[in-house]
Design a protein around this ligand. Structure first.
Ligand code: GLC
Ligand code: CA
Length: 563
C-alpha cells in the first residue's frame, strides 16, 4: 500500500530551468542569484517543491546535463554558497528543493572519464568500453561494437584513440555512459547523493534513470534508415534496474529521510511504473513517463508529427490513473524543458483561446491523482518560440536533427516546420517577467531569443489581471492543499471516446468532484453520461456565467452533492 502520509501527495512541484529563469548579472544567462530574487514569487504561487535543472560544473554541451563535477556549481550559475543561500531561502518559505541527478552519464570532462581513458587506470571499468566489431579496423566506418544509436542521432559509440576502444554514449558524444555494473561507480554516486542531502536538499529528479541498467550493449537492434537502432526499449529497464534503485534508496536513505524522488523513464508503461513506485518496493516516489507526450507523433521518432487525438491522450493518462490507484504514485506534467510549450501543443495559443486553453489544460492536469509538475512560464501561458531559422536555435538535439535530416535529403522547410513544433528550445526561451526589452529576465543579451509576445505575456501582466492563467494556477494549487479528494480521490474517466471533452470524477468517501473540460475551440452541448449537477457547487471555472453549453476551451470543477 502507498504511504498515506507521503508529503508530496498534496504537493505541487515547480521546475526551474536556471539558464532561462532570471539573470542577476547581465551576462544574458539565468543564474542562482536570479532564482533567489524570485523566491517570493514562488511562495506567492503556492508551490511546495522546486526542481532545479542542473547547475553543476559543466562544459554545457547539453546545457548542464553533462556534468564535470557533481559537487560544485558552475561559475555560470554562481557558487555553492549561492546554492546554500537558495536552499535556506526556499526552506524559510516552506518550499523544498530537489536537485537534478544526472548519473546515467557524466561529461567527457569529468575526471572519472579522463582517468578511464587510460586502460591501465583504476577507473578503466567506470564507463562502458568495448573493442571494435570483429574484423573491422578500430575507428573506421562500421567498426562500432553495435548499431546502438545516440538519443540525439548518430552512432551511440565513439572511438577513443587514447584507449584504443569505443565508449557508449546514449546522448551526445560528450556524455559517456557510466558503467553501473561496477560497484565502485555505484558507491561513488551514493556518496555524492548523501553529500547533497546533508547539505539540505530534499530529493532528486533522476535523469533517464531507467537507463542505468542496460540490456545493451551486447547485440545489434532493429535498424532504422541510417542503419542505427534508436529503440529505447533495446536499452532501457535492464535486468538490474530494480536492484540498483532499491540499493540507492537504502544507501542514500531515501525512504528513511523522506526524500522526494522522481525518476525520468522513457520506454515504460503504467504497470512498470507501478513496480518502481509501489511503496513496498522502496525504490522511487514517482516516475516522469513519456507515453502521453508521444501521442502526437507518428513513430518512435519525435519529429515525425501526427495529429493529436484527445481520446488517445485520455486513454494513456487514464491507464496510469487506474494502474496506480492502489499502489504507486503518478507524476503529472504537460511540459518541461524537453517538450514544447503545453499551450501551443495541447491547447490553442491564438489570441482568442490562449488563456482559456492554458487554464483548461491546468485544470485537467491538476485534478488528476498524482503530483503535478509545473514548468516555468506555463503558469503565465507562455507559447512556443516561433523561430523560423536554424540560427535561432541552440539546442544540441534540434541542431543535430537539422543537420542529419538535410544530409538525408529532407526538404529544409519541412525540417524547420518539425523543429518549430517540437524543439526543446520552445520551452527554453527566457522567462518573461515584464514587457521591457529584456523581459525582466536580463539587462544584457539573452542566450536565447526572448519570445516576441513578451510585451503581452509576462508576469507583471498576469499579476494585475484577476482572471489570468497565473491566478487560475494559484487556485488549483490551493485546491490540492485544501481538498483531500484532490489528493486521494478515486479517478474515473467519463466519455472515453469523446474527441472534444475531457471529463472525469474523483471520489473519496461521500465527497465527489466532477471535472468538465472542453478541449476544443467550438462550444459543446452539455453531454449525456455525466453525473447530474443539480445541487452541485461550482468550485472553479474558466468562464464567467457558465451556461448549459461548454464554450470553446471552457472547463469547470464541481463538487457534487453528498448522497
Ligand atoms: C533527459 C533530460 C534532457 C537531457 C537528457 C540527457 O532527458 O531531461 O534534457 O538532454 O536526459 O541527459
Ligand atoms: Ca547570469
Amino acid at each position: 500500500m502507498m504511504d498515506p502520509m507521503a508529503w508530496w501527495h498534496d504537493a505541487v512541484a515547480y521546475q526551474i530551468y536556471p539558464r532561462s529563469f532570471a539573470d542577476s548579472n547581465g551576462d544574458g544567462i539565468g543564474d542562482l542569484r536570479g532564482v533567489l530574487s524570485k523566491v517570493d514569487y514562488l511562495a506567492a504561487l503556492g508551490v511546495d517543491v522546486v526542481w532545479l535543472s542542473p547547475v553543476y560544473r559543466s562544459p554545457m554541451d547539453d546545457n548542464g546535463y553533462d556534468i564535470a563535477d557533481y559537487r560544485d556549481v558552475d561559475p555560470m550559475f554562481g557558487t555553492l554558497a549561492d546554492l546554500d543561500e537558495l536552499i535556506a531561502a526556499l526552506h524559510a518559505r516552506g518550499i523544498r528543493l530537489v536537485m537534478d541527478l544526472v548519473v546515467n552519464h557524466t561529461s567527457d570532462e569529468h575526471p572519472w572519464f579522463v582517468e578511464s581513458r587510460d586502460p591501465a587506470s583504476a577507473k578503466r571499468d567506470w564507463y562502458i568500453w568495448r573493442p571494435a566489431r570483429d574484423g573491422f579496423e578500430p575507428g573506421t566506418p562500421g567498426a562500432e561494437p553495435t548499431n546502438a544509436g545516440s538519443g540525439f542521432g548518430g552512432p551511440g559509440w565513439e572511438y577513443d584513440p587514447a584507449r584504443g576502444e569505443y565508449y557508449l554514449h546514449l546522448f551526445t558524444r560528450r556524455q559517456p555512459d557510466l558503467n553501473w555494473e561496477n560497484p565502485e561507480v555505484r558507491a561513488a554516486i551514493y556518496d555524492m547523493m548523501r553529500w547533497w542531502v546533508d547539505r539540505g536538499v530534499d530529493g532528486f529528479r533522476m535523469d533517464v534513470i531507467n537507463l542505468i541498467s542496460k540490456t545493451y550493449p551486447a547485440v545489434d537492434g532493429p535498424a532504422g534508415p541510417d542503419g542505427l537502432c534508436y529503440d529505447v526499449n533495446m536499452v532501457a529497464n535492464g535486468p538490474r534496474l530494480h536492484e540498483f534503485l532499491a540499493e540507492m534508496n537504502r544507501e542514500v536513505g531515501i525512504t528513511e529521510r523522506d526524500l522526494f524522488t522522481v525518476g525520468e523513464m522513457a520506454g515504460v508503461d503504467a504497470e512498470l511504473v507501478r513496480s518502481y513506485t509501489a511503496e513496498s518496493a522502496r525504490e522511487l516516489g514517482m516516475v516522469i513517463t513519456f507515453e502521453h507526450v508521444q501521442v502526437d507523433q507518428a513513430s518512435a521518432v519525435k519529429w515525425d508529427l501526427a495529429e493529436l487525438k484527445l481520446s488517445k491522450l485520455k486513454s494513456v493518462l487514464a491507464s496510469y490513473q487506474y494502474a496506480l490507484a492502489e499502489e504507486g504514485w503518478n507524476a503529472l506534467y504537460l511540459g518541461n524543458h524537453d517538450q514544447p510549450r503545453s499551450v501551443s501543443r495541447f491547447g490553442d495559443d491564438s489570441e482568442q483561446f490562449r488563456q482559456a486553453s492554458a487554464k483548461t489544460l491546468a485544470t485537467t492536469l491538476h485534478l488528476l491523482k498524482g503530483t503535478p509538475f509545473l514548468y516555468q512560464g506555463d503558469e503565465i501561458g507562455m507559447t512556443n518560440a516561433g523561430f523560423t531559422s536554424i540560427d535561432q536555435y541552440d539546442d544540441v538535439e534540434s541542431v543535430h536533427f537539422y543537420e542529419q535530416a538535410l544530409t538525408m535529403g529532407l526538404p529544409e522547410a519541412a525540417v524547420l516546420f518539425a523543429i518549430g513544433v517540437k524543439s526543446r528550445d520552445n520551452a527554453r526561451t527566457p522567462m518573461c517577467w515584464d514587457a521591457s526589452p529584456g523581459a525582466g529576465f536580463t539587462t544584457g543579451k539573452p542566450w536565447l531569443q526572448i519570445n516576441a509576445n513578451h510585451d503581452r505575456i509576462n508576469v507583471v501582466e498576469a499579476m494585475s489581471d484577476p482572471n489570468s492563467v497565473l491566478q487560475h494556477y494559484r487556485r488549483l494549487i490551493s485546491m490540492r492543499h485544501e481538498l483531500a479528494v484532490v489528493r486521494d480521490g478515486v479517478f474515473e474517466l467519463l466519455l472515453a471516446d469523446d474527441e472534444e471533452l475531457f471529463c472525469f470524477t474523483r471520489t473519496l468517501g461521500s465527497e465527489r468532484l466532477l471535472v468538465m473540460a472542453n478541449w476544443s475551440t467550438g462550444s459543446v452541448p452539455w453531454p449525456h453520461g455525466v453525473p447530474d449537477i443539480s445541487g452541485a457547487r461550482l468550485l472553479l471555472g474558466t468562464h464567467p456565467d457558465p451556461g448549459d453549453v461548454l464554450a470553446g476551451w471552457e472547463s469547470r470543477v464541481y463538487a457534487l452533492p453528498v448522497e
